[in-house]
Write a protein that binds this ligand. Structure first.
Ligand code: ATP
Length: 696
């Protein structure tokens, strides 16, 4: 008996907090399995809030939380959604809410859910369930190994680099596009290599299968393949009554095919997103997914549009609306707000990047003085390196900050070494992990590592194989310790998460030898890794979660702040997705930075850059500053000279929309007038005459 049948009808008080459109989206289907629903949610219109209410409403109406599949953009978003759902359901069903919300076990990213389903069905789709998952860097390393084996690293003219090969492969897979088509549109300089790339990709797929490895793309590919298989498709689709997808604008064609594969008639499907915020096409995301969703099913999706913005003041929204109004194609919506204000967003001209940094610091401190915490203020930028001068200025002035985006925690060599050790123990056929770990041992080079991996590829007893391997005398002493480690890990001699400490103890001498200069800082990272490990239930889950959703690196300049400390947020625009702050600065609002000069090749790329600026602007609640430095030092010249280039205001703010801003220059005019007056007051001196006078 469902909860709805067994108890009195739930009180709908939580619905009172929603506006009419939000409520419409939440109530669609009245809690039962219903026709497909598309919620087009403008920036700040309460998309997350609405989705959480819809899930909660389904649960209090009797839906089984274990049969709800909820897909979000990050693991953190899934966890936050779970907490919100619990809070909302608690209002109606009290203490039982926690139990029911705990039942929401199928919440996570597409890749994480894919990994779980594939592991579960592995035995019936011809995979071993002990497969390891490669992140992008691992995939590039494996591609490199295969490229080498095929002799493609020694071609006369230069064959595309490993990273490019992976990007091409991934684009073909995610966009479901033909290789030649992808090369023509995105990698034209590689067009001469069609046949060689095909051979490389075929060998790459063979290598993955032989080594029992799946890459990111495989998690979607296998999932899609499973749901399009007669029988299996119905079995997997039938496990879920409701499938809800957040941030649908950032999904790709494969993800759309997974949804239609699981729910061919669209019943039970809810997708939520904002086409104007689609900013991930470099990962194969397809803004067409959301534009085309309504027509995918025999029974067209119902569409609800959320247009009321709760976040920003009217002047900020008007400026952002003017930026997106020029977009080529979009689901029409007119965002409005009741938050009136007389303060327009500022369009600030500064001479150069150092002034930009000084301007931001002064404004941030002024706002702090007026009572707004640093963490309610954020500085956003298009590319991670744009914040360099600001980071120096903040450090100089002792303003604490945390930076998001850019380098990931997992990119650090010592973290990779540790994880590779765990992965190797799990799956000794994983050549990328194996090569990495084996070469940590002094005396083991690439050819020995290759020979060991060849031996492991065919054995059923990896530990025995390692112990018996005729290792060179110089490596023998270390070797015994390594074999003991692998043996412990494979036998699960130590409980999780203590295993990771065992790995750390083995690894630390290698770390000290390889990274003498900053071993202590790196050890602190390993301690942090142990903390993350402690939160995971087991080794496999830890490795999967971390590979699929790695934490951001915090800035090492300021040091990771304590949680109760106040700090300013620095973030790439991509990493600012879904967030909001009282005061927001957008750096380098000039052509060449937004749009990035790396992304002005096609009109699609320019459209995406426009959406990036829109995303950045719509993060601001009360105050927004777009800063435009007039000149930039050319790369690498700063310390040696003042070669610079002049920049012009971003093309996305055209002359007709300038009246939506308060335009100003900084440092302000009076200050320069004072400086000019001081200079004018200096009496002229005839130095030439003085020089001559020295000898007379
Ligand atoms: N019905 C409502 N009444 C009052 N405030 C609301 C309502 N719905 C949402 N909000 C507030 O509006 C703000 C934006 O909500 P939310 O973060 O869910 O928006 P969003 O649509 O996900 O934004 P974006 O897509 O721009 O990231 C939040 O501060 C939220 O608390």
């Amino acid at each position: 008996m469902s909860l709805a049948e067994s108890e009195s009808p739930p009180s709908p008080t939580y619905l009172d907090r929603l506006n009419a459109e939000q409520r419409d989206a939440v109530l669609h289907g009245s809690g039962a399995i219903a026709d497909p629903l598309l919620v087009i949610a403008g920036a700040g219109s309460g998309k997350t809030n609405t989705l959480a209410h819809r899930v909660a409403h389904l649960i209090v109406s009797g839906a089984d939380p274990r049969r709800i599949l909820l897909m979000t953009f990050s693991r953190r978003a899934a966890q936050e959604m779970g907490k919100r759902v619990e809070r909302i359901t608690r209002e109606v069903i009290g203490e039982k809410a926690a139990i029911l919300a705990d039942g929401l076990t199928w919440a996570g990213t597409f890749h994480a859910i894919g990994a779980r389903l594939i592991r579960e069905y592995a035995p019936i789709i011809g995979l071993s369930d002990a497969f390891s998952i490669h992140d992008r860097a691992d995939s590039a390393d494996l591609m490199n190994l295969v490229r080498h084996e095929l002799g493609l690293s020694k071609t006369k003219s230069r064959f595309p680099a490993k990273g490019t090969c992976v990007a091409i492969y991934s684009r073909c897979v995610n966009a479901e596009a033909d290789l030649e088509e992808v090369l023509k549109t995105s990698f034209p300089w590689c067009l001469d290599w069609v046949a060689a790339l095909k051979a490389l990709f075929a060998a790459y797929v063979d290598a993955k299968q032989a080594q029992n490895v799946l890459d990111y793309d495989d998690l979607l590919l296998y999932w899609r393949a499973m749901v399009t298989e007669a029988g299996l498709g119905e079995e997997i689709g039938g496990r879920f009554d409701h499938v809800l997808v957040d941030e649908y604008q950032d999904t790709n064609k494969l993800q759309a095919a997974i949804l239609t594969g699981m729910k061919p008639d669209g019943r039970g499907l809810t997708v939520v997103g904002d086409d104007a915020q689609s900013i991930y096409s470099f990962r194969g995301a397809e803004v067409r997914n959301i534009l085309d969703f309504p027509g995918l099913f025999a029974q067209p999706a119902r569409m609800v549009t959320l247009e009321r913005n709760y976040r920003s003041t009217a002047p900020i929204l008007e400026a952002a609306n003017a930026v997106i109004a020029q977009a080529r194609e979009r689901h029409a919506k007119d965002l409005w707000t009741e938050r009136t204000s007389t303060a327009k967003p500022k369009l600030v001209t500064v001479r150069e990047e150092n002034d930009q940094a000084a301007y931001v610091c002064e404004e941030v401190l002024a706002m702090r003085e007026a009572g707004t915490l640093l963490k309610h203020q954020a500085v956003l930028f298009r590319a991670s390196h744009h914040s360099g001068p600001l980071e120096i200025e903040l450090t100089r002035r002792n303003i604490p900050f945390v930076k998001f985006g850019g380098l990931k925690f997992l990119d650090a060599a010592h973290i990779k070494d540790t994880l590779a050790t765990l992965r190797f123990a799990d799956n000794p056929r994983d050549r990328v992990a194996g090569f990495r770990v084996l070469q940590l041992i002094p005396g083991v080079g690439p050819s020995t590592a290759g020979a060991i991996m060849d031996a492991l590829a065919v054995t059923e007893d990896p530990v025995g194989e390692l112990a018996a391997f005729p290792i060179a005398a110089k490596a023998r002493e270390e070797w015994a310790g390594f074999v003991a480690l692998v043996s412990d890990l494979r036998r699960r001699a130590i409980a999780w998460p203590a295993e990771i400490e065992r790995v750390r103890r083995w690894y630390e001498p290698h770390l000290e030898r390889r990274h003498e200069e900053d071993a202590d800082i790196r050890k602190a990272d390993l301690a942090q890794l142990e903390q993350i490990a402690a939160a995971a239930p087991d080794r496999a889950r830890f490795l999967t979660d971390l590979t699929l959703d790695p934490p951001d690196a915090t800035s090492d300049m300021a040091g990771p702040p304590l949680l109760d400390e106040d700090y300013l947020i620095l973030s790439t625009i991509h990493s600012a997705k879904g967030q909001e702050w009282k005061q927001v600065f957008v750096l380098n609002c000039v052509d060449g930075c937004i749009p990035s000069d790396l992304a002005v090749g096609t009109s699609n790329e320019i459209e995406e850059e426009r959406r990036l600026l829109y995303v950045a602007m719509t993060r601001a609640k009360d105050a927004l500053h777009l800063v435009t430095p007039q000149r930039f030092y050319t790369h690498g010249q700063r310390s040696r000279g003042d070669r610079h280039v002049y920049a012009s205001r971003t093309r996305f703010i055209d002359t007709s929309s300038l009246d939506r801003y308060e335009r100003c220059a900084w440092p302000t005019a009076p200050r320069s007038a004072e400086a000019a007056a001081a200079r004018a007051a200096v009496q002229p001196v005839d130095l030439k005459a003085k020089m001559k006078g020295m000898w007379r």
